[in-house]
Design a protein. Structure first.
Length: 202
């Protein structure tokens, strides 16, 4: 079963920020033609996904405008290949997850350009605790969408900037998501807190 296979894989902790980049090595899951990575930061997770998983195109969105250039530098070969990878500065609450989505992005030289994407086949958010009004954002994800979601129980406000919506347990997180088909759920125990991940179809 996929769930058992996932449990046997090593966990990848992304460079510099474990709260952003916990993922499973060699995840044997077809993510489809268009993956949206919400709060994508510096693009480490997309680089891992391109290398180790079945994925065609990835869009990375982060509200921090300093993230897109490093993300595209890290994924340069995919950025140059007809924007197989594209990072954009955007509040994920403004994304559209059904039908075509037209939005403004920046080319590598800084020029503005409009881009039109089809609906995502998978939505990933490894920083659910940073989404203001998470429940409203989550309600905008269509039923049946393949989702990979993470949250944590880190409550040190001084050290965890802008964490608006942490949870206290995996049980709380899974109940809140209430996905229709769970492929995996699990906990990663770190020194100061626990990370929770749920993979499934909303």
């Amino acid at each position: 079963m996929l769930s058992q296979k996932l449990k046997n894989y090593s966990i990848i902790l992304g460079s510099g920020s474990p709260r952003r980049q916990q993922f499973f090595k060699d995840l044997d899951l077809d993510l489809g033609d268009m993956v949206y990575v919400c709060a994508g930061w510096y693009g480490v997770l997309p680089a891992i996904l391109f290398e180790r998983n079945k994925v065609t195109n990835i869009r990375s969105f982060d509200i921090d405008k300093s993230c897109s250039l490093p993300a595209e530098t890290l994924n340069r070969s995919y950025t140059q290949n007809d924007w197989q990878f594209k990072a954009s500065t955007m509040d994920v609450n403004n994304l559209i997850y059904t039908g075509e989505f037209m939005y403004e992005t920046l080319k590598y030289n800084g020029d503005k350009e409009m881009i039109t994407d089809g609906a995502p086949t998978c939505v990933i958010n490894t920083s659910c605790e940073h989404i203001k009004d998470f429940d409203k954002w989550w309600s905008g994800i269509p039923d049946g969408m393949l989702v990979i979601m993470q949250n944590n129980d880190f409550d040190d406000e001084e050290g965890h900037d802008h964490a608006d919506d942490t949870v206290t347990s995996l049980e709380e997180f899974t109940k809140r998501l209430n996905v229709s088909d769970t492929l995996y759920e699990g906990t990663l125990a770190l020194d100061k807190y626990n990370r929770y991940m749920v993979i499934g179809y909303k």
